[in-house]
Design a protein around this ligand. Structure first.
Ligand code: NAP
Length: 484
C-alpha cells in the first residue's frame, strides 16, 4: 500500500459500486474513484430500458437502508424511477464527481513489490490503486442465443437489454425468443402493439401474482412525515421475502405453498387448458427464478399471441424455423435470452500474485470467501461476487452487508498499517465446503438455470435468506486473512 488512506478503485457505478463507495467514504476512506465503461451511472438500471422494465422486488426494500425514499410512485417502481433514485443517492453522497466515465477496464494486475493494482482500460491507459473493488454485477453482459442463422435475419432484431426504441411493433408480426424475467415484463407491452406475437418459450416459469399498487399522495406524505411508516413497509416486505427464500430449500413447506399460489394464479388467469399445459413448468419451483406478474398470462391468452414450445431450430432471413421444421415468417425478433451470468470477472484479465490468473483459478466456476475475497488476489474485493445472488429477496441488502465487511477490512489495514490483506486458502476452502453443503440441499441443481456453471457448480446464488448472510459477514474474521 503506497498511501494512507489507501487509494480505492471501484469498477462499476451501479447499486454495488455506490454501496461500497458510500460506506468507505463515511468511514473516512475517501480516496476513491469509480470507473464506468458507459457515459452514465446506474449499471443494469441504466441499461435495461425495455418497455415495462422494473424491479419485482418492492422498492421500499429494493433501496438502500440509509437512503429510504418516501417518494416511490408505486410499490414496484419501474426502471426510470430506480435509475433516478441511483442518481439522487450518488449526488447526495457526493459520489457522482468521483465517477470516471468511458473507462472500460480490460485488465488488472497485482504488483507484489508495490502492493498495488494496476488497472488497464480499453484505450490502453492505466491507473494504479491500493485496493481494487469490482462491482460489475452478475447480469451486465447480454447474451444472444447460439441459434444457427441468427445473423442472417433481415428484419429488426435486438436483445432486451439493448432495446431499440426506434422500433414500433404496431401492426407487425413479432417473435420473442425467451420467456424469463425480462420477457415477462416486456411481452405484455409488445402484445398491445403487435399484429401477431409468437413467443418461443423453451421452459415455462412459475409465476406469482404481483401485489403492486400505486403509492398515493397520502402514502407519500405519510412516509415523509412519519418515516417509521416507511420503515414498517420495508420491514414487512423483508420479513415476507425472507420466508419466500426459505422456499428455495429442497424440502421446504414454503416451496409447496409457493407452488400452490403459482398454480392457482395460472388457473385463474388462463382458461384454455392447452395453453395452461404449455405454461406449466416441469421442474421444482424455485429452480429457475420465480417470476411475478399480473399481466403476462392475460397477454399470452389473447388470440393474436401464440406460445410456441417446440424450440427454435434456425433463424432465416425472414423468420424462425421451429424444431418441427415449421417456418414462422416475422418482421422482427426480440431476444429476451438473458445474460452471461457465469462470466463473473472473466472479461477482465485479472492477474494476482506470482502471475496467478483469476480465469484459471475459476475455470470450474467462480468461488470466493464470503463471495468477496479470493486467495492469490490480495487487496481485491469482489462485490456481488460468487454465491451472493438471491433466488428471492433484495440484492441491495446483500450489497450493503458486503460493503460493511469490505470497509472493516480497510479499517483494519489503515489502523494496523498493513499494505495487504489476502484471504487464506484454508479459510476459503472451509467456507466453500460449508457453502457446498448447503447448496446440495437447494433446489437449484434440479434444472438448467443461469445460477450454475457448466461444471455443475452453483456459482451465483447464496443458499438461503439474507439475514444469515448479514450475520455471517457482520464481523470481519481477522484470522481468515493474512495481513502484511
Ligand atoms: P433469463 O431469466 O435468463 O431468461 C432467458 C430466457 O431465454 C429463458 O426463458 C431461457 O430459456 C431463454 N433462452 C435462452 N437461450 C435460449 C435459446 N437458445 N433458445 C430459446 N430460448 C432461450 O434472462 P432475463 O429474463 O433477461 O433475466 C435475467 C435475470 O435478470 C433474472 O433472472 C433476474 O435475476 C434479473 N431480472 C430481474 C428483474 C426484476 O424484476 N428484478 C427483471 C428482469 C431481469 P430457459 O429457461 O429454458 O433457459
Amino acid at each position: 500500500m503506497t498511501s494512507i488512506p489507501p487509494s480505492i478503485g471501484i469498477i462499476g457505478s451501479g447499486f454495488g459500486a455506490l454501496a461500497v463507495a458510500i460506506e468507505m467514504q463515511r468511514a473516512g476512506h475517501t480516496t476513491i474513484r469509480l470507473w464506468e465503461r458507459s457515459g452514465d451511472l446506474g449499471g443494469v438500471w441504466r441499461d435495461n430500458t425495455y418497455p415495462g422494465a422494473g424491479c419485482d422486488v418492492p422498492s421500499p426494500l429494493y433501496s438502500f437502508s440509509f437512503e429510504p425514499n418516501p417518494d416511490w410512485s408505486r410499490r414496484y417502481a419501474l426502471q426510470e424511477e430506480i435509475h433516478a433514485y441511483l442518481h439522487h443517492v450518488a449526488d447526495k453522497h457526493a459520489i457522482s464527481p468521483l465517477v470516471q466515465y468511458g473507462r472500460e477496464v480490460t485488465a488488472a494486475t497485482w504488483d507484489d513489490q508495490g502492493s498495488t493494482w494496476t488497472v488497464t482500460f480499453a484505450d490502453g491507459e492505466q491507473q494504479t490503486v491500493d485496493i481494487l473493488i469490482t462491482a460489475v454485477g452478475q447480469l451486465s453482459r447480454p447474451t444472444l442465443p447460439a441459434i444457427d442463422g441468427i445473423e442472417t435475419f433481415t428484419g429488426t432484431s435486438f436483445h432486451s437489454a439493448t432495446w431499440d426504441h426506434d422500433f414500433d411493433a404496431t401492426g407487425l408480426r413479432v417473435a420473442v425468443v425467451g420467456s424469463g424475467a425480462s420477457a415477462v415484463q416486456f411481452i405484455p407491452h409488445l402484445a398491445k402493439k403487435a399484429r401477431e406475437l409468437l413467443v418461443f418459450q423453451r421452459s415455462a416459469n412459475y409465476l406469482m401474482p404481483k401485489p403492486d399498487k400505486p403509492y398515493t399522495a397520502f402514502h407519500r406524505k405519510m412516509f415523509q412525515l412519519a418515516p417509521p411508516t416507511l420503515a414498517a413497509e420495508r420491514g414487512g416486505i423483508w420479513a415476507v421475502m425472507e420466508q419466500f427464500a426459505r422456499g428455495l430449500d429442497d424440502a421446504s413447506k414454503v416451496g409447496k405453498i409457493n407452488k400452490a399460489i403459482a398454480m392457482r394464479h395460472l388457473k385463474s388467469q388462463v382458461k384454455d387448458a392447452g395453453l395452461r399445459a404449455k405454461l406449466t413448468p416441469d421442474y421444482p419451483i424455485g429452480c429457475k427464478r420465480i417470476l411475478f406478474s399480473n399481466e403476462f398470462y392475460p397477454a399470452l391468452a389473447q388470440r393474436h399471441v401464440d406460445v410456441i414450445t417446440t424450440g427454435v431450430q434456425r433463424v432465416t432471413p425472414t423468420g424462425v424455423i421451429d424444431d418441427q421444421g415449421v417456418e414462422h415468417e416475422v418482421d422482427a425478433i426480440v431476444y429476451g435470452t438473458g445474460f452471461d451470468a457465469q462470466d463473473f470477472l472473466e472479461s477482465i484479465d485479472v492477474t494476482g500474485t506470482d502471475g496467478a490468473k483469476l480465469a484459471d483459478q475459476w475455470v470450474d466456476g467462480a468461488r470466493a470467501y464470503l463471495g468477496m475475497y479470493v486467495p492469490n488476489f490480495p487487496n481485491l474485493f469482489v462485490t456481488y461476487g460468487p454465491n451472493t445472488n438471491l433466488g428471492g429477496g433484495s440484492i441491495i441488502y446483500m450489497l450493503e452487508a458486503q460493503a460493511k465487511h469490505m470497509r472493516q477490512a480497510v479499517d483494519r489495514m489503515t489502523a494496523g498499517g498493513y499494505a495487504t490483506i489476502e484471504v487464506t486458502h484454508e479459510a476459503e476452502q472451509a467456507y466453500d465446503d460449508e457453502l457446498t453443503e448447503k447448496l446440495d440441499h437447494s433446489v437449484w441443481s434440479h434444472c438448467d438455470n443461469w445460477y450454475r456453471h457448466k461444471s455443475g457448480r452453483i456459482t451465483s446464488n447464496w443458499p438461503g435468506a439474507t439475514k444469515p448472510f448479514a450475520q455471517r459477514t457482520k464481523m470481519l474474521e481477522p484470522e481468515a486473512f493474512s495481513w502484511a
